[in-house]
Design a protein around this ligand. Structure first.
Ligand SMILES: [Fe+2]
Ligand SMILES: [Fe+2]
Length: 233
């Protein structure tokens, strides 16, 4: 049975076992924008030491249980680019199109009602709306300009198409870094979505939905950077 090693990259581990992202998040290991180096190399650069052996064995134990529960790994290397595009559309773009506006109302509401006593809610309000605007524009570009090229390339892989895709991928990766930083800032100002004492229902719902947004965004960026964009290199 497969066991992950410290020589594997976080990107490859999450490709096989998506839930490993929770372990990386807790250990503050980036698996989406900077997850393309061996795990040990990433850990060696960390200022605050992380026990690599313990981390990898926790991931392996959880992976084992996940498989025993009947889950099957997806081999992304055998999936076609258009299947990855469909997956991204269904699980990430669709989710964001449904979620960003209602969540904006919650973020705005808690800022209006509690901002005077909790000044970090103003920062949250600003970072969230920057994220929303950036992500909406970014998804339009992906759906209009980039994703159709992957479908064309699958049928007819020309050099010209390849160069067009490579150029666009570069721009998209930069956007991902920017939205990834905004997600990180939202996490920091809310202390990882820790509610203050006596928080009202709206506060709780907002933080829960933002934590879900963070989780979904990291998976989204990971799939594009480490799976979809890697089809053309
Ligand atoms: Fe996307
Ligand atoms: Fe993207």
């Amino acid at each position: 049975m497969r066991e992950f090693q410290l020589t594997d990259t976080p990107a490859d581990i999450v490709k096989v076992y998506p839930k490993a992202s929770d372990f990386f998040k807790n250990a503050k290991v980036d698996f989406c924008c900077g997850g393309d180096q061996p795990l040990q190399t990433i850990l060696d650069k960390k200022k605050k030491p992380v026990d690599g052996q313990q981390l990898i064995s926790s991931i392996n134990q959880s992976f084992q249980k996940w498989k025993e529960a009947g889950n099957k790994e997806v081999n992304w290397d055998e999936v076609s680019p258009s299947e990855v595009v469909n997956h991204v559309m269904q699980h990430h773009h669709h989710y964001l199109n449904e979620e960003l506006t209602p969540l904006s109302q919650f973020v705005t509401k808690i800022y209006r009602v509690h901002g005077a006593n909790h000044p970090h809610l103003e920062e949250l309000y600003k970072f969230y709306h920057q994220y929303k605007m950036e992500m909406e524009g970014h998804m339009i570009e992906e759906e209009r300009d980039l994703f159709p090229l992957f479908e064309q390339y699958e049928k007819n892989p020309t050099e010209a198409l390849k160069n067009q895709i490579l150029n666009l991928n570069e721009t998209m990766i930069q956007d991902h870094e920017f939205v990834g930083e905004l997600i990180q800032k939202m996490n920091e100002v809310t202390n990882n979505y820790t509610l203050p004492e006596g928080a009202c229902n709206s506060y709780r719902i907002t933080y829960e939905r933002l934590a879900e947004l963070e989780h979904n965004t990291y998976q989204h960026i990971h799939l594009e950077n480490n799976v979809l964009f890697k089809f053309v290199s």
